[in-house]
Design a protein around this ligand. Structure first.
Ligand code: AHR
Length: 493
């Protein structure tokens, strides 16, 4: 069938918060150490210890916000161990992730420097699980207080005269699990207490994010909103796309069977239902949608690559991951009235990464290319789209085969992203461009591949790479497009 789509360029559905394209980098495996931080004395070219190749690649995708230091690591991180002369910093065991030694060489100053280089906002996650209220409070004072105080003085002694600007602060992570195994009632009380001492100093205004639900734990959202909703700016949600089972076998990142392609897409699409249901609960307590939904961990989670440390969560990244990213972005755009930020897990060498490194080598993943193509949607106005689309059927099950999401940027350009998740069939789309004065020129970019697990390697880094897209015609405000199987396309008008 031909999929029929109407893009209403004159009907706006609000703004796509640029933070929807946010990231997450944890002290986990080779994400921070080696992936980002190599140290000033490394033979790998670096700027003040941060590797140049990764930095340049990440700058290109306009990361708006970066979450750090965890994840599970956040609730055993003691920030004071990570400031001052590096040679004197405490060494600790990263018990969550591989039991390796954490030398604390990448701490608050290094993270803020990274954000500065990337031109992004920091999002810091504090320690509730094993940290004190005082410790959390002092961290905020250390970073943001401009004046005389024990923490501000210490910051200055450590080489930073002026405070940093810090907006986003998370009060713990996964408090229902690795962040303390708490009941929602208990965490809601702790949240109320800890957040009291997360102070706004001077003009710095903190956006406080409470630890939210795991997947479909709707009771968690209910309790948090009821008991603490008025004291938070954001409430998080974590959901990973796992084709298999978390504990018994998640499925392989490459070399997987066809049915795992379908299951992966089905599970990625589940994000829509999760947002809808959590948001409905939030609406009950916050009909104005003041509290943002912050999906600060999402992405694919597969079995680790053979021969790698199971605690390092290192996985390859294929065209399947690219489609998963596109599926998520279309869902996030649709819910942009509630979803104010999302952070893919994780930026480098961990889970659904943008870049993979091996020594001094680096490759861009298919997911990276989707972030690069879709960055035009950041802060743009989301346009209303009416769609009647066909189904992608597999083993008696079905999901929508294609999806279209459109936005208009501040210069009036309309960007239309489209994907076809069918691994075999191409899709014909007929798009009516309503409300657009004229269509003078259209440019297109496509990301696709020949096989379901096509991916880039250090030997062949360009197997999955964006190319010019020309399979469309336009006449009288109608755009006819053919999307190959397993493809993500961006059209700019
Ligand atoms: O991203 C990996 C881990 O997944 C995070 O540390 C944790 O918050 C989640 O369970």
């Amino acid at each position: 069938m031909t999929n029929s789509i109407v893009i209403n360029a004159d009907v706006s559905k609000g703004k796509i918060n640029r933070n929807i394209y946010g990231h997450f980098a944890e002290h986990l495996g080779r994400c921070i150490y080696e992936g980002i931080w190599v140290g000033e004395d490394s033979p790998i070219p670096n700027t003040n210890g941060i590797r140049n190749d990764v930095l340049e690649a990440l700058k290109q995708i306009n990361i708006p916000v970066l979450r750090w230091p965890g994840g599970c690591f956040a609730d055993e991180y003691h920030w004071k161990d990570g400031v001052g002369p590096r040679s004197e910093r405490k060494r600790m065991v990263n018990t969550h992730w591989g039991g390796v030694v954490e030398n604390n060489h990448f701490g608050t100053h290094e993270f803020m420097m990274l954000c500065d280089f990337l031109g992004c906002e920091p999002y810091i996650c504090g320690n509730v699980g094993s940290g004190t209220v005082q410790e959390m409070s002092e961290w905020v004072e250390y970073m943001t207080f401009d004046g005389e105080s024990p923490m501000a003085n210490w910051r200055q002694e450590n080489g930073r005269e002026k405070p940093w600007e810090l907006t986003y602060f998370g009060v713990g992570n996964e408090n229902w699990g690795c962040g303390g195994n708490m009941r929602p009632e208990y965490y809601a009380d702790l949240y109320r207490r800890y957040q009291t001492y997360v102070r706004n100093y001077g003009n710095n205004k903190i956006y406080k994010i409470a630890g939210g639900a795991n997947v479909d734990d709707y009771n968690w959202t209910e309790v948090l909103m009821r008991e603490a909703g008025r004291l938070m700016d954001g409430l998080s949600l974590h959901y990973y796309t796992i084709p298999g089972e978390f504990w018994t076998g998640k499925g392989s990142a490459t070399g997987f069977p066809e049915d795992e392609w379908f299951i992966t897409m089905q599970k990625a699409l589940h994000m829509d239902e999760l947002i809808t249901k959590h948001s409905t609960i939030m609406d009950k307590y916050d009909p104005e949608k003041r509290v943002g939904m912050i999906i600060d961990e999402w992405g694919t989670w597969f079995d680790v690559e053979e021969g790698t440390n199971p605690g390092f969560l290192y996985q390859q990244n294929t065209i399947r991951d690219a489609l998963v990213a596109a599926v998520h972005f279309h869902i996030f755009h649709k819910h942009s009235d509630r979803v104010q930020m999302t952070n893919i897990a994780q930026t480098v060498n961990v889970l659904q990464a943008m870049v993979l490194t091996e020594g001094e080598k680096m490759i861009l993943t298919p997911t990276y290319h989707v972030f690069d193509m879709y960055k035009v949607h950041q802060d743009a106005t989301v346009l209303s789209v009416d769609a009647t689309v066909g189904k992608y059927k597999y083993n008696g099950q079905e999901v929508d085969q294609v999806s279209v999401s459109a936005s208009q940027d501040k210069n009036g350009k309309v960007n239309i992203s489209l994907y076809n998740i069918d691994h075999k069939e191409s899709a014909a789309l007929s798009l009516q461009l309503r409300g657009l004065k004229e269509v003078s020129s259209i440019t297109g970019t496509i990301l696709t591949a020949e096989t379901i697990d096509a991916h880039n390697t250090f030997e062949q880094p360009e197997v999955v790479a964006p190319a010019e897209f020309t399979q469309f015609t336009v006449s009288n405000g109608q755009l006819d497009v053919t999307l190959p199987p397993m493809s993500v396309v961006l059209l700019t008008i």
